[in-house]
Design a protein around this ligand. Structure first.
Ligand code: AMP
Length: 223
């Protein structure tokens, strides 16, 4: 199964994707994480992507499609994968279907209002070494400025600064309608309320996934 977590920046896709990965054993594929790693490692692709990312603009379809294609053909994705941050426009939707069209999919949008998104992004810190994410209001690191997992330095992503957040939300809204309409027409689209605690939201997401998995098992048993 392919799970697509869809939602504006700051809606909690990354955190929820990690929980889904842990509960269902389906690896999370985050294009933002793959790009940030390329930037950290100073690869050619990372150097090309960095300035666009820092301005809150989208990286070229060709680059992200290449990263996704490479990642979803590794053996650990045989049973499925969860996409976080991809597809982000209709061209990417089509390219995903061309890469791996036959796989059943579930699309879940996490719905959070703009004021809450801005607050969350402004208080988010990310580990420079392992990419773990913290929130200064609800999920503080044990030692200030240091990652609980690996001890790496925590920093504020350049694109989480107030002057860039508005642009990221604008880009998201501009592309969203068509993606949502596409998946609604396919009958695979769900929306969950993204407010409340991490566990509240995970409860809503896992409710949908449990029902989907039960349907698929029942279908298989009938065949
Ligand atoms: P995210 O961590 O998903 O918010 O992504 C951070 C940044 O990476 C975005 O603002 C874009 O610059 C870039 N990016 C991530 N995913 C994509 C994508 N599917 N298409 C284009 N650019 C992307």
């Amino acid at each position: 199964m392919r799970i697509i977590l869809f939602g504006p920046p700051g809606s909690g896709k990354g955190t929820q994707g990690d929980l889904v990965e842990r509960r269902y054993g389906i690896p999370k594929v985050s294009t933002g994480d793959l790009l940030r790693r390329a930037v950290r490692e100073r690869t050619l692709l990372g150097i090309k992507a960095e300035a666009l990312m820092n301005r809150g603009e989208l990286v070229s379809d060709e680059i992200v499609e290449g990263l996704v294609r490479e990642r979803i053909t590794t053996p650990d994705t045989r049973r499925g994968y969860l996409l976080d941050g991809f597809p982000r426009n209709l061209a990417q939707v089509r390219s995903l279907e061309a890469m791996d069209g036959a796989r059943p999919e579930v699309v879940i949008e996490i719905d959070v209002d703009s004021r809450c998104l801005i607050e969350r992004m402004q208080s988010r810190l990310t580990c420079r070494t392992c990419g773990a994410v913290y929130n200064l209001r609800v999920q503080k690191p044990r030692t200030e400025g240091r990652c609980d997992v690996c001890g790496g330095e925590l920093y504020q992503r350049a694109d989480d600064r107030p002057e860039v957040i508005g642009e990221r939300l604008r880009v998201y809204r501009e592309k969203t309608e068509k993606i949502r309409a596409h998946y609604q027409a396919k009958g695979v689209f769900h929306r969950v309320d993204g407010s409340g605690s991490v566990n509240d939201v995970f409860g809503r997401i896992s409710g949908i996934l449990d029902r989907e998995l039960a349907h698929r098992d029942a279908d298989k048993a009938q065949r």
